[in-house]
Design a protein around this ligand. Structure first.
Ligand code: NDP
Ligand code: 2IT
Length: 449
C-alpha cells in the first residue's frame, strides 16, 4: 500500500503522462523531481496554492519549425527544428541546442526542464530552455553543416536575442556549428550581440567555456569525494563518450592525479589500463574534433582493447563519469559498477542514469551527483560569457576557472544544505530543492503568468 506522499506523486505523474503522451524522457525527468519536491511543497503551501510545480512543467512557449536545406549533390533535405522556452522567471531562456537523429519533443522537454533547475543552481540570472534538430552532422561535409545551420538560424533568429533567449551547444553542436549560426544571425539582424554562447575566442567567446562542463563535473566529484576525506589522487576512473564533456573531464582527472581508463562513442568503448594521458588525449581531441573519426581508432593506435557495441560500466573503477547521453547506465550496469567497488558517480551528461540505476546508487549510499548539479559548469561559464559580452570585456583563463570552481563548490554546498539527511547526502533531493526554491519564489513574486 503506497503511503500518502507516494500516492500524491503517482497522482501528479498520472496527470503529466495523460497531458504529455509518449514523452517518456520528460516523464522520467519530471518524476525524479516531483519525488523530491512533493514532500517539500506539502510543507510549504504557498507553492502548492500557486500551482508552481504544475506551471513549471509546462513550457512557457514551444517553437517547432521546418528546416529545409540543400545537400552537396543539389538535393533537398528536410529536418525538424525546435526551441523549448521553458521558464524565464529568473532570467532570459538559456540552454543548448542538440543536433542528433534521436532528437524529439520529449527529449528536448526533459532537457529544458532540467535546465531550469540547473541554471538556478549556478546562482546566475538565467532562465531555462533547450532546442535542436533531428539533423545528424555525422558524415556531412562542412558545407552541408553550414547550409543546415544557416537554414536553422533563419527561422530561429526571430525567437531569440541576447535579452530573450541565448542558445549554446550540446550533443552535435560545438564551435563549428555555433560559428555558422552566429554568422547567419549577425547577417540577418545586422547586429553583433551575445545571442549565442560557446563562441570563438576572437568573436565574443569566453576562455574556459569549452572546458567548463567536463572540468565542472570533476570539480563536483572532487567536492563529493572530500566529504569522505578522499581525493582524485591515484583513483581509477571510467569516462563514457569522447566528445566535448568527456574530453575535458579526462583532462581534469589527469590534472588531479587520477587515471582515466575508458572512453566511448555510440559504437563501442575502449579500455586502456595504462590510462589516457595528456598525449593520448590530445590525439583523441584531434580524432574527434578535427578528423571526426571513431573511438575504435584509439585501440588500433595505442594497442588498447575495444569492445564493439558495449558500454564501459563493467570495468572496475573507483569513480564513474558518464559523459555521453541520457539513459546510458541501466539498473544492471549500476549494480555492476557498485559490485566492482565504484563509490562515486558524477554525471557530465544529462540524465545518463535510468531511474532504476539512480535508485541503486542512492540505496547503496554511494556519492551520486546528478547531472543538473554535476554538469552545471558548462552553462555557468555560458552565463559568464554573457556577462563578459555585456561588459565588452574578457576575463583571463585563471579568472574564469576560479569563478567556475567556486560556482561548483557553491552548488555542492547547496546540495548538502538541502539534501543532507543524518549521515547521508542525497544530492538528487538537494539539487532539486535548491534549484526549485529560487525559481518558485521568483514565480510567486511575478504573479500568475
Ligand atoms: P558531443 O557531441 O561533443 O559528444 C557526445 C558524445 O556522446 C560522443 O562521443 C557521442 O558518440 C556520444 N553519444 C551521443 N549520443 C549517443 C548515444 N545515443 N549513444 C551512445 N553514445 C552517444 O556532446 P557533448 O560532449 O557536448 O555532450 C555530452 C553530454 O553532456 C550530453 O548529455 C549533453 O547534454 C551533456 N552536457 C553538455 C554540455 C556542454 O556544454 N556541451 C553541458 C552540460 C551537459 P558518437 O560520436 O558516436 O555520436
Ligand atoms: O546541458 C547544458 O547545460 C548545456 N548543453 C549547456 C547550455 C549552455 O547554455 O551553455
Amino acid at each position: 500500500m503506497p503511503n500518502v506522499m507516494e500516492q500524491k506523486v503517482q497522482g501528479f505523474m498520472a496527470r503529466v503522462i495523460a497531458k504529455n503522451p509518449g514523452e517518456v524522457e520528460f516523464h522520467q525527468a519530471v518524476h525524479e523531481v516531483v519525488e523530491s519536491l512533493i514532500p517539500f511543497v506539502e510543507e510549504n503551501p504557498q507553492y502548492k496554492e500557486a500551482k508552481i510545480l504544475e506551471r513549471m512543467i509546462e513550457p512557457e512557449r514551444v517553437i517547432l519549425f521546418r528546416v529545409p536545406w540543400i545537400n552537396d549533390k543539389g538535393g533537398v533535405e528536410l529536418n525538424k527544428g525546435y526551441r523549448i522556452e521553458m521558464n524565464s522567471a529568473i532570467g532570459p531562456y538559456k540552454g543548448g541546442l542538440r543536433f542528433h537523429p534521436t532528437v524529439n519533443l520529449g527529449i528536448l522537454k526533459f532537457l529544458a526542464f532540467e535546465q531550469v533547475l540547473k541554471n538556478s543552481l549556478t546562482t546566475l540570472p538565467m532562465g531555462g530552455g533547450k532546442g535542436g534538430s533531428d539533423f545528424d552532422p555525422k558524415g556531412k561535409s562542412d558545407n552541408e553543416v553550414m547550409r543546415f545551420c544557416q537554414s536553422f538560424m533563419t527561422e530561429l533568429q526571430r525567437h531569440i536575442g541576447p535579452n530573450t533567449d541565448v542558445p549554446a551547444g550540446d550533443i552535435g553542436v560545438g564551435g563549428r556549428e555555433i560559428g555558422y549560426m552566429f554568422g547567419q544571425y549577425k547577417r540577418l539582424r545586422n547586429e553583433f550581440v551575445g545571442v549565442l554562447t560557446g563562441k570563438g575566442l576572437d568573436w565574443g567567446g569566453s576562455l574556459i567555456r569549452p572546458e567548463a562542463t567536463g572540468y565542472g563535473t570533476v570539480y563536483f566529484a572532487k567536492e563529493m569525494l572530500a566529504t569522505r576525506k578522499q581525493t582524485f589522487e591515484g583513483k581509477i576512473v571510467s569516462v563514457s563518450g569522447s566528445g566535448n564533456v568527456a574530453q575535458f573531464a579526462t583532462e581534469k582527472v589527469n590534472d588531479l592525479g587520477g587515471k582515466v581508463v575508458t572512453l566511448s562513442d555510440s559504437q563501442g568503448f575502449i579500455y586502456d589500463p595504462d590510462g589516457i594521458d595528456a598525449e593520448k588525449l590530445a590525439w583523441v581531441m584531434e580524432l574527434k574534433n578535427v578528423k571526426r573519426g571513431r573511438i575504435k581508432e584509439y585501440a588500433d593506435k595505442f594497442g588498447a582493447q575495444y569492445f564493439e557495441g558495449e558500454r564501459p560500466w563493467g570495468i572496475k573503477v573507483d569513480v564513474a563519469l558518464p559523459c555521453a547521453t541520457q539513459n546510458e547506465i541501466n539498473e544492471e550496469e549500476a549494480q555492476l559498477l557498485i559490485d566492482n567497488g565504484c563509490y562515486c558517480v558524477s554525471e557530465g551528461a544529462n540524465m545518463p542514469s535510468t531511474a532504476e540505476a539512480a535508485k541503486i546508487y542512492i540505496d547503496s549510499k554511494i556519492l551520486y551527483g546528478p547531472g543538473k548539479a554535476a554538469n552545471a559548469g558548462g552553462v555557468a561559464v555560458s552565463g559568464l560569457e554573457m556577462s563578459q559580452n555585456s561588459m565588452r570585456l574578457s576575463w583571463s583563463r585563471e579568472e574564469v576557472d576560479t569563478k567556475l570552481h567556486s560556482i561548483m563548490v557553491n552548488i555542492h554546498e547547496n546540495c548538502v544544505k538541502w539534501g543532507k539527511d543524518d549521515d547521508f547526502i542525497n544530492y538528487v533531493d538537494g539539487a532539486n530543492i535548491a534549484g526549485f526554491v529560487k525559481v518558485a519564489d521568483a514565480m510567486l513574486a511575478q504573479g500568475v503568468v
